[in-house]
Design a protein around this ligand. Structure first.
Ligand SMILES: NC(=O)C1=CN([C@@H]2O[C@H](COP(=O)(O)OP(=O)(O)OC[C@H]3O[C@@H](n4cnc5c(N)ncnc54)[C@H](O)[C@@H]3O)[C@@H](O)[C@H]2O)C=CC1
Ligand SMILES: O=C([O-])CC(=O)C(=O)O
Length: 340
């Protein structure tokens, strides 16, 4: 073999291995829903996603056919609503997003969705544990404070639980917080980095304005309440037609992008997420949302909540009480309803 050919071969091999590392299959379960459709569209626009797999109990192939005409390089495939279709959608996935489940109507709490969504998420988690046990699992379906523990129990029962790969998506809370602050302060929301910790419902959502560039805002009870109950604002405005879908699609796509950036080797990627966390385990609370540094293996480092002021300390205490109940509810659901 000539020296030139040997070198070309080496270059080709390097190029191949670099691109192979960057291949990413992303699967959306619940892809035909209010969140699923715009989320799938945003993922189609993301050059980090090379294969997009769309599954829903109804309408997955139609949404896939539509999105597949968008002229970006990734392939898009919709799967039949059968166990085989679900398994094929999941096989080889690097990231799985689950927005499958019913949304709220006015007057409901997220916990009121538990009776319907717990079994949907349990059954989808089983399929993930069987067909894509190593994928990063991003749970959007509510109540997140309970659906994430449900997934953990399902994975544990099958001996494939990896706490570094399970995320409750709480990105929308920081998206809202930065937007609401920017409206008050007349700033660009991209410059407003607001830490939000706890969980994803009502008082379990704890914004830490004292750590932002506007520490005075921690005393602004209306703003704190708006961040905690921002979801209700949308539910009320949609008047029975569901909850946040478009802003959630944006937030879910951002979270998926961050997980992929870290998986593809970028350092220092930090997002909030509700994860299996050591922060309050001594109080019997196994999951908590805080800033998470992401890496090639999922969760790399869980940041502590940091310094909080007296107002925020009270919010954290109220959060922990509710969170504990929400987590226990998810865990005991799987214990008494293991399903098939
Ligand atoms: N984590 C967060 O910040 C947020 C979470 N959510 C939650 O996301 C969930 C979805 O909301 P939307 O998209 O508005 O609801 P939607 O009703 O418009 O869509 C849900 C989709 O899930 C599908 N689905 C139901 N069971 C399924 C199963 N077993 N397998 C596959 N697909 C299934 C339905 O066919 C439907 O297409 C709700 O639980 C909602 O509360 C909503 C906004 C923000
Ligand atoms: O409010 C809801 O039910 C949907 C949701 O989680 C949010 O918008 O934050």
């Amino acid at each position: 073999m000539s020296a030139a050919r040997a070198m070309f071969g080496a270059v080709q091999r390097r190029a191949f291995s670099a691109s192979a590392r960057d291949l990413s299959k992303v699967t959306v379960l619940g892809a035909a829903g209010g969140i699923g459709q715009p989320l799938s569209l945003l993922l189609k626009l993301n050059p980090r996603v090379t294969e997009l797999a769309l599954y829903d109990i109804r309408g997955g192939p139609g949404v896939a056919a539509d999105i597949s005409h968008v002229n970006t390089k990734s392939t898009v495939k919709g799967y039949d609503p059968t166990p085989t279709g679900l398994a094929q959608a999941l096989k080889g996935a690097d990231v799985v997003l689950i927005p499958a489940g019913v949304p709220r109507k006015p007057g409901m709490t997220r916990d009121d969705l538990f009776n319907t969504n717990a079994s949907i998420v349990r059954d989808l988690a089983k399929a993930c544990a069987e067909s894509a046990p190593d994928a990063n699992l991003l749970i959007i379906a509510n109540p997140v404070n309970s659906t994430v523990p449900i997934c953990a129990e399902v994975y544990k029962a099958r001996g494939v639980y990896n706490p570094k790969r399970l995320f409750g998506v709480t990105t929308l809370d920081v998206v809202r917080a930065s937007r609401f602050v920017s409206e008050i302060k007349g700033t660009d929301p991209k410059d407003e980095k607001i830490t939000v910790v706890g969980g994803h419902s009502g008082v379990t959502i704890v914004p830490l304005f004292s750590q932002s560039s506007h520490p005075d805002l921690s005393a602004n009870a209306d703003l704190v309440n708006r961040v905690q109950f921002g979801g209700d604002e949308v539910v009320k405005a949609k008047d029975g037609a569901g909850s946040a879908t478009l802003s959630m699609a944006m937030a879910g796509a951002r979270m998926a992008e961050s997980v992929l950036r870290a998986a593809q080797g970028e350092k220092g990627v930090v997002e909030p997420a509700f994860v299996d966390s050591p922060l309050y385990k001594d109080q019997g609370i196994d999951f908590f949302a805080s800033k998470i540094e992401l890496g090639p293996n999922g969760v790399e480092k869980i940041h502590p909540i940091g310094e909080v002021d007296a107002n925020e300390q009270k919010l954290v205490e109220a959060c922990l009480a509710d969170l504990k109940k929400n987590i226990e509810k998810g865990v005991s659901f799987v214990a008494s309803n293991p399903g098939k």
